[in-house]
Design a protein. Structure first.
Length: 118
């Protein structure tokens, strides 16, 4: 059964940091997948905030550039999202997803809640 588990969320003050982690089961070598972090804030659509390609190239949505860093450990089949200088508008449930070629998986994990508040 394909399973994705995100962890590392929590309550943090503005300006603080969190590191999210994700592990997922795969049918092919983990290194062949691109991995992404999505987030969904209350009342908003889910958005892709960071992507790391199988070759390691990274992409970010403008709102998190310079503050978030996505990374991966292929041996551990893990993907991470280091979030610094957090803002209240970063509050959301964060999900990780995998993409093989151009096809994103249609299975989602439970996500991990990030709340940025004083």
């Amino acid at each position: 059964q394909v399973q994705t588990v995100e962890s590392g969320g929590g309550l943090v003050q503005p300006g603080g940091s969190l590191r999210l982690s994700c592990t997922t089961s795969v049918m092919r070598p983990f290194s062949t997948y691109s991995m992404g972090w999505y987030r969904q804030a209350p009342g908003k659509q889910r958005e892709l905030v960071a992507l790391i390609e199988s070759a390691g190239k990274t992409h970010y949505v403008d709102s998190v550039k310079g503050r978030f860093t996505i990374s991966r450990d292929n041996d551990k089949k893990m993907v991470y999202l280091q979030m610094n200088s957090l803002k209240p508008e970063d509050t959301a449930i964060y999900y990780c997803q995998k993409r093989y070629g151009s096809a994103w998986s249609d299975a989602w994990g439970q996500g991990t809640q990030v709340t940025v508040s004083s």
